[in-house]
Design a protein around this ligand. Structure first.
Ligand SMILES: [Zn+2]
Length: 579
């Protein structure tokens, strides 16, 4: 049977309807134009059998993902991504390698003081070094001090690596693995053992490779890694099935995408009995990337009918959110979540999908938060707006006129270069503006910003002056800010002007500032998008500004940040007076 419209009923009921009049397969059982044979096929695709034991989702975006070129996250980015993934339903989130850099250690310190909606945080490392007492191994101590509920470490499965890279014996290699497992089990940590190069090692010498797993027997999960990404799906399935006979219910899979098979390989592993899958959002990772968790989750939930996450319709938003924080342009052709994943251009296809959406679509686009991209009507994008509004606590379902107006504003802003995925606060201000709930903090008369650089380059300085009025006051506030960079001086001058009226302005700190050049083919004339992340020590929020001028783009994002905080205070955010 070719078409797979496999939605268990409980998922269907969670899926929002789209404005499109086109009919989509599982809902057509009442369609009078459908033949009896088609109805029969549809009905066979109805409720699924009871899902089997849940497959654990293990995200390694923050560790393996940042090995990818051009991908890097600040500490705050890492915390924001962890929060988003945890709420989405990822079971284990790997925060980094605590021994490898200071930023990762900072993450683990911060992670301990927070709760993560049932998700567990993992720290990553390696086995103890060869011929070293584990209690004296610095890397192991740092891994222990990260104090995470889950400890993941890798060991060598391929004899070639043991003798040629580690330059030790298979016996010592097995001791390194078993000592490290025993050490962390003794500390009552959940242990995930990553068997590096397992498939290559198994092909080379199955007895040796299985012997290394035997050494890790006490670990909670034995993850078979296709580290070089060269294994094919049928090989993966065969090997996982064989290993699963020795270690039933404890096998995991970690694949790389060198043959563009990482997702297929993970699916093959799950079919062969793997109960734990690892990957990165959008497939970030070194070389050609890791298993793309975004596609894998959709495939497991929609095609294999395994319950992976609570609300799969968040998938596209999460993909875009991580791209935005990584400062990577989103891949429009990404399966499931890309802008063109459900775009139809060919006349016959368009005609067919308008009659019957499933004629050229393998799933309902809204089930992954995407949408059919055919009718360029003023209502396309509606489901996304409703989803985002719901996340910030606004129910717009009953207000079609408002949704229409918000859509028009968003489309205009997006055409200008705005992107609201990480600028959630600017999105909320836009919606509030449409609802007539936006209250500007001040009236700007003018601002001026200058930069001075002497020939010696010893004295670089920036200065900003601002003239504005607050409320109905006739007095013009005129302030000056001085410092090293344009954003800093604008921020200083703005706070100085607002301080007498809003005592909370000094509670806000800018914690991140990102610049993206749009339309880089225009060179220095390109438009600039600025993302600012602010915090009051308790909440954090992102705002965006877009302009041909980087200073103006920064100004817009700064003003949005303050205005958003003011709005939140008046809507019941508690004032945090001490930090
Ligand atoms: Zn890897």
């Amino acid at each position: 049977m070719e078409a797979l419209y496999l939605f268990p009923r409980h998922f269907l009921s969670a899926v929002r309807t789209t404005p499109s009049s086109a009919l989509w397969c599982p809902r057509h059982l009442t369609n009078p134009h459908l033949s009896a044979a088609s109805k029969e096929i549809c009905s066979q695709l109805g409720p699924s059998a009871m899902p089997r034991k849940k497959v654990t989702l293990y995200d390694t975006t923050l560790r393996d993902g940042v090995q990818g070129q051009g991908v890097s996250f600040s500490l705050l980015d890492k915390l924001r991504i962890t929060e988003r993934l945890a709420r989405f339903g990822i079971d284990v989130i790997e925060g980094g390698w605590p021994g490898s850099n200071v930023k990762d250690m900072g993450f683990f310190q911060e992670a301990q003081s927070r709760s993560w909606w049932g998700a567990k945080i993992a720290a990553f490392g390696s086995t103890r070094r060869a011929n070293t007492d584990i209690s004296r191994d610095l890397q192991i101590q740092t891994l222990r001090d990260a104090n995470t509920p889950v400890v993941t470490f890798f060991g060598k499965s391929w004899k070639l690596h043991v003798t040629e890279v580690l330059r030790t014996t298979p016996l010592e290699n097995r001791s390194m693995i078993s000592d490290t497992v025993a050490y962390f089990k003794h500390l009552r940590r959940e242990v995930v053992y990553d068997a590096e190069h397992f498939f290559d090692g198994y092909k080379d010498d199955p007895e040796h490779a299985l012997g290394t797993l035997e050494a890790a027997r006490e670990a909670d999960v034995l993850v078979l890694c296709d580290t070089n990404g060269g294994t094919l799906p049928h090989e993966i399935e065969e090997v996982v099935r064989a290993v699963n006979r020795f270690f039933p219910g404890r096998v995991g899979i970690h694949t790389h995408n060198d043959c563009e098979l990482a997702v297929a390989n993970s699916i093959a592993a799950v079919r062969a009995g793997a109960v734990h899958v690892q990957g990165t959002i959008n497939g970030y990772g070194e070389r050609t990337g890791n298993c793309n968790l975004t596609s894998l989750i959709a495939n497991l939930q929609l095609k294999l009918k395994l319950p992976m996450v609570k609300d799969l319709s968040e998938l596209r938003d999460i993909s875009l959110f991580v791209d935005e924080l990584a400062n990577c342009p989103a891949n429009i052709r990404a399966p499931f979540v890309g802008a063109t994943a459900f775009a139809h251009k060919g006349g016959m296809h368009v005609n067919a999908v308008q009659k019957l959406a499933c004629s050229y679509e393998h799933i309902r686009p809204s089930s992954v938060g995407n949408e059919q991209n055919v009718l360029v009507s003023e209502l396309s994008g509606k489901s996304n707006v409703l989803l985002k509004a719901r996340r910030i606590g606004l129910n717009l379902h009953m207000e079609p006129q408002t949704v229409k107006e918000v859509l028009l504003r968003i489309k205009g802003a997006e055409a200008d270069g705005y992107e609201f995925e990480a600028g959630d606060a600017s999105f909320e201000l836009l919606v509030r503006d449409v609802l007539g709930q936006r209250r500007p903090l001040f009236k700007l008369k003018e601002y001026h910003c200058s930069f001075h650089c002497a020939q010696t380059r010893l004295h670089l300085s920036c200065k900003a002056t601002i003239k504005l009025s607050v409320g109905n006051s006739a007095t013009l506030e005129h302030t000056v800010g001085e410092g090293a960079g344009p954003v800093e001086v604008l921020d200083k001058a703005l706070r100085k002007a607002l301080r007498p009226f809003y005592r909370w302005v000094d509670r806000i700190q800018l914690t991140d500032y990102k610049v993206r050049i749009l339309d880089s083919s225009r060179g220095s004339a390109a438009r600039t998008r600025v993302l600012v992340v602010s915090t009051d020590g308790y909440h954090s929020w992102g705002t965006v500004g877009v302009s041909d001028n980087i200073i103006e783009a920064s100004w817009l994002a700064l003003v949005d940040s303050l205005e958003f905080y003011s709005l939140k205070l008046s809507n019941g955010w508690p004032e945090i007076t001490s930090r």
